[in-house]
Write a protein that binds this ligand. Sequence first.
Ligand code: GAR
Length: 198
Amino acid sequence: MIRIAIFASGSGSNAENIAVYFRNREDIGVSVIVSNKRDAYVHERARKLGIPSYTFSKAEFDEGSAVLDTLHEYKTDFIVLAGFLLKVSQPLLDAYPGRIVNIHPALLPKYGGKGMYGDRVHREVLAAGETKSGITIHYVNERYDEGDIIFQTTCDLQPGDTPEEVAGKVHALEYTHFPRVIEAVVTGQTSLNPLSSA
Ligand code: GAR
């Protein structure tokens, strides 16, 4: 059994979608959800899914040991960031080398970096007059949104699209692609079945 921990700071719709995708599987599963926000809606989703969820402070994420204790308690093999706000600290990177992936709601390397989260990303994409946005799934390293890219795909933007409309298009791509890309990564299939890139 390959066990995944999901890190999420907000609503957690991706966390739920991933957990549902792997539900009833004997080879891969979501074993725990971890957040830096006690009031994040992801905890309610976790409760309904029957998945334990925990909150740690930024200081605890930075220092690492309490988070790692929990990850080890749930025998975590891979970490998936699904709308997680904080930079992943060195102790976590050291404990999970090449085993942390993130999804970003735009086409990196543009519109990434510190503070580029959720609707802020969509507003900047629209302000720049882009005709396309999309998703980027990438490995996590010590710099925000700069790890090796695993998969990208695009959606068209229309003149007059609102940030909410862009978020809807991007979320649809996330729900379709993120679980299967995670599956490919955790089973080591990314090089055997090359995934399309934008
Ligand atoms: C997702 O769109 C994800 O790509 C984005 O936050 C949203 C979380 O939605 N992540 C980032 O912006 C990371 N920089 P969710 O909580 O409903 O899954």
